[in-house]
Design a protein around this ligand. Structure first.
Ligand code: 5GP
Ligand code: MN
Length: 334
């Protein structure tokens, strides 16, 4: 982060202010972890922070400290719009373009207050006044730890803040196995453990809370998996009917895409999930090695993300979407 930006933010935070903190739509562990870590940190700086999420967060993150204070824009647009308009600083975390906040974009783009972007996605837009963006980091939470260090306030990281930071580092690194996991990541985690986080319990809260229905849905997804060995690709489909059959709840499909990559010789995995209400097919891509799914999602499926993990959407039917995908993988080198 640029020295002059750190200084400017220090000046902004020198007196108490109303601060809005915003994760991307359908926030994941890193988006919720980073926004809540910053929320607790700003409280300790005597600021008046509030986290406003574009829509609801999944149940498996509801145990995060402070999640009960989060405002949900989609559930209360009027109040959230007012809060945003009254805020004096806005932090946008874990996303690189305002449209990732869905409808909230229309409120945000008309605001003139200073905005601070902290994010690890490629090709950030330039909407923020201060941008700390670096796609070499595995998570925004790792950057929040650094951000607090840049402000020379590391001693304020307590067990609550550390728990939120650990959550995002863990979820976005696939429990420390993705290539973006560095020795710096582990040093930060070592520090968080020294601060007193219960790392094993956090892991249980995040990953060992399956419902029977979710496991049945996973079973169906795995049975639906198609493997195309000649193109080192596997993909899964889930229709709305299948989601309904297993009483789908937000978060139930999280992580399923990764199973495709665990097959020997597979370097590209995708999952296509039908969302009838929004009339879209939501897609997740994962790759191993040099195939850039961020570019692939941008070029073909209205999305983006990182080199090895990206998402997107299709407005065509499942059948047409899969046809398009199958035609594309023939043409690319994986
Ligand atoms: P997931 O597949 O877990 O939804 O997302 C993987 C990564 O891609 C995440 O970092 C997420 O923020 C990003 N991503 C997911 N969907 C989209 C999208 O529609 N547009 C963009 N730009 N990024 C996305
Ligand atoms: Mn992230």
């Amino acid at each position: 982060m640029k020295k002059e930006d750190i200084f400017a933010i220090q000046q902004l935070l020198a007196t108490p202010k109303k601060v809005a903190i915003i994760p991307h739509r359908s926030p994941d562990g890193d988006a919720m972890g980073s926004t809540l870590a910053l929320y607790h940190f700003l409280l300790k700086l005597n600021q008046q922070p509030i986290v406003i999420s574009p829509n609801n967060f999944p149940n498996f993150l509801a145990w995060l400290p402070g999640s009960e204070t989060v405002l949900i824009y989609e559930n209360d647009k009027e109040n959230c719009t007012k809060t945003l308009q009254e805020s004096e600083i806005i932090f946008t975390l874990d996303f690189n373009a305002l449209h990732r906040t869905g409808e909230m974009e229309h409120v945000l783009k008309n605001l003139t207050v200073p905005m601070v972007m902290i994010d690890h996605h490629q090709k950030p837009d330039t909407f923020a006044t201060y941008t700390y963006s670096d796609s070499l980091y595995g998570s925004t939470c790792e950057m929040i730890y650094n951000f607090i260090s840049f402000l020379d306030k590391k001693e304020l990281i307590d067990k609550t803040i550390a728990t939120c930071i650990y959550t995002g580092i863990t979820t976005d690194s696939g429990s420390f196995r993705f290539p973006s996991t560095t020795s710096a990541t582990h040093k930060i985690v070592a520090d968080l453990i020294d601060i007193g986080i219960e790392n094993s319990e956090i892991h249980n809260l995040l990953f060992d809370n399956n419902s029977y229905n979710r496991l049945q849905l996973l079973g169906r997804a795995l049975q639906n998996m198609k493997v195309v060995p000649e193109f080192k690709t596997s993909y899964i489909t889930l229709s709305q009917k299948e989601l309904d059959e297993f009483h789908y709840e937000k978060g139930d499909t999280e992580g399923i895409v990764n199973y495709g990559l665990t097959i020997k010789g597979i370097h590209l995995a995708a999952i296509f999930i039908e969302h009838k209400e929004e009339n879209i097919i939501k897609i997740s891509f994962r790759s191993q090695g040099s195939f850039d799914v961020n570019q692939f999602a941008r070029d073909n499926f209205n999305g983006g993300g990182h080199i090895n993990a990206a998402g997107g959407k299709s407005y065509e039917s499942m059948h047409e979407t899969i046809k398009k995908f199958e035609n594309l993988i023939v043409k690319i080198t994986i």
